[in-house]
Design a protein around this ligand. Sequence first.
Ligand SMILES: [Zn+2]
Length: 142
Amino acid sequence: MHMKDGTKLKSTAWLFNDPTHGSCGYDPSKEYRAIGWLGNRPLVTGDVPNEVVPALIKLAYSDACSRMRGVHWCEYCGAQEVRVTTEGGHEIRLGSAEIWVPGVGNVVYFAPNLVIQYIRDHGYQPPQKFIDAVMKYSAASG
Ligand SMILES: [Zn+2]
């Protein structure tokens, strides 16, 4: 699946098909925007603050939303077993869930948790607004 970063989700129907969304606090009055649904399109690369990857790992562990059916492979290196470890030593396998991050105002960003690998291993630079939202949300969630 490919969606340009920042794409506003027009139809939220698919969000209702998955009962796990309830635990993510899905709210139809919010504006859901895609981040990191890159397909195999060329990556926007650049520097990302060192704190971003650990923050995303933390959220991927504590706040996983929308578990997807099956596991998606990394579209860039073909890795099928992408695992990361939280600071607390919990291992997470990426590619089977999303990370939702509240942004400014009504915005909620939703990213595949593989975005962690895109940043860490492939130099992907997500939009600054998303980086800001991740840092703020991670700090707020203890
Ligand atoms: Zn990869």
